[in-house]
Design a binder for this molecule. Structure first.
Ligand code: HSE
Length: 409
């Protein structure tokens, strides 16, 4: 089969590499042979072995009827969306690693693919090299999925791990993640949680069957996490992780959120370190299922793309069904009505007095301490309440709140 690649960056070049280096293995395992015949990129690669097939003209791919599968690894919504749409309309299978595109346009592109009887696959859009999309949409299809939660961004997990285990600064850890090819072109998408938000929207859409658009999902990143918070979390037997989660509520609404959380060390997600990702799905028949592996990086992500290319070959004459419907209906619940407890770090004038007051107001409060704790600083864990109510009560305590972090139940 002939394959074209749109975007010869970290993932696109990884796909060419995997198809070439593991060609023999792939053919032995699947019976198929794949050849990259065209690559689209606006940059020039004079030293690349692929220089003769690199073009900056999309029409060279769109109008080439010998191309069976188009791999989109450009990132961003445009021009990726227009290119993918054109390829599907021209009857080509498309495989994408682009979470932004899938999160925003997934339902629409699946519909176009359906009308043209071709496939639109996107295993690499979530969890890098970890198989998550196919297991959720096929292997777990016998379940009503109740919730999905995960560590879905390799860059932030790498940064937090470095902060927790080596005490390095946020900036230094980010720069290392960028060097290793984990971060997005603009790492704001990683550190402010947007990348994880897009991924949880894709997972929730697959798990619950209805497109969950990222626009209104509450999203908070890790920029304000400090080594002081890391130290207090440790005293609570927890680590700080950027957790993306979604849950189907009894009233049909979906709760979804991305935020840093204190995760107890006994929780399976706490042990997920460095660039690794994990996705924890809870089905009514299976209970918890954990999928774990490298969540970013050229080769791991390319491996997932190649899996999709093989699936296109398996289903070259037909379209595989995805139960993912578009909806204009707002199915997102009000996150502030969700019950949670909070870690709070604050400044106070009089510590004993403030502690007495917090106990009197909240009842059960767990105070935390750390080495070199400033005299005017307090950190504590609140009891569980609806978040809206909790924040309201907190505002009456008279403490000067520096930061709050949700505690994962
Ligand atoms: N920047 C992303 C991450 C790449 O760090 O997880 C994989 O989607």
């Amino acid at each position: 089969m002939n394959v074209a690649i749109l975007g010869y960056g970290v993932v696109g070049s990884g796909v060419a590499k995997v198809l070439k280096e593991n060609a023999k293995t792939i053919t032995e395992k699947t019976g198929y042979g794949f050849k990259v015949t065209r690559i689209l990129d606006k940059r020039e690669f004079p030293l690349s072995e692929y220089r003769a097939i690199i073009t900056n003209n999309f029409d060279d791919i769109a109008n080439d009827s010998s191309i069976d599968v188009v791999v989109e690894t450009m990132g961003g919504v445009e021009p990726a969306y227009s290119f993918v749409k054109t390829c599907l309309e021209k009857g080509k299978h498309v495989v994408s690693s682009n979470k932004e595109l899938v999160a925003v346009k997934g339902a629409e592109l699946l519909k176009i693919a359906e009308s043209k009887n071709v496939n639109f696959f996107f295993e690499a859009s979530v969890g890098g090299g970890i198989p998550v999309i196919r297991p959720i949409s096929r292997c777990l299809a016998g379940n009503n999925i109740r919730s999905v939660a995960g560590i879905l961004n390799g860059t932030t997990n790498y940064i937090l791990t470095k902060m927790i285990t080596e005490g390095v600064s946020f900036e230094e850890a980010l720069s290392e993640a960028q060097k290793l090819g984990y971060a997005e072109k603009d790492p704001t998408a990683d550190v402010d949680g947007y990348d994880a938000m897009r991924k949880i929207c894709i997972l929730a859409s697959l798990c619950f069957g209805v497109h969950l658009y990222p626009d209104n999902v509450y999203c908070e990143g890790i920029r304000r996490i400090t080594l002081a918070d890391v130290a207090y979390a440790e005293k609570f037997g927890s680590v700080i992780k950027l957790v993306a989660r979604a849950e189907k509520l009894d009233n049909g609404e979906v709760f979804a959120m991305v935020s840093p959380c204190l995760v107890k060390k006994t929780n399976m997600l706490a042990g997920v370190k460095d660039v690794y990702n994990a996705c924890l799905v809870n089905g009514d028949m299976t209970g918890d299922v954990l999928m774990y592996g490298k969540g970013a990086g050229s080769e791991a992500t390319a491996s997932a793309v190649v899996g999709d290319i093989i699936d296109c070959a398996d289903n070259s004459k037909e379209r595989k069904f995805f139960g993912w419907q578009d909806t204009k209906q707002d199915i997102l619940s009000d996150y502030s009505l969700k019950e949670t407890s909070l870690y709070v770090r604050c400044l106070v004038m009089n510590k004993p007095e403030a502690c007495r007051r917090l106990k009197a107001i909240f009842g059960n409060v767990v105070f935390l301490w750390r080495k070199n704790q400033p005299e005017n600083e307090i950190a504590f864990i609140t009891p569980v309440m609806k978040e809206k109510q909790l924040r309201k009560v907190l505002s009456t305590t008279g403490v000067n709140v520096i930061t709050t972090i949700r505690v994962l139940a």
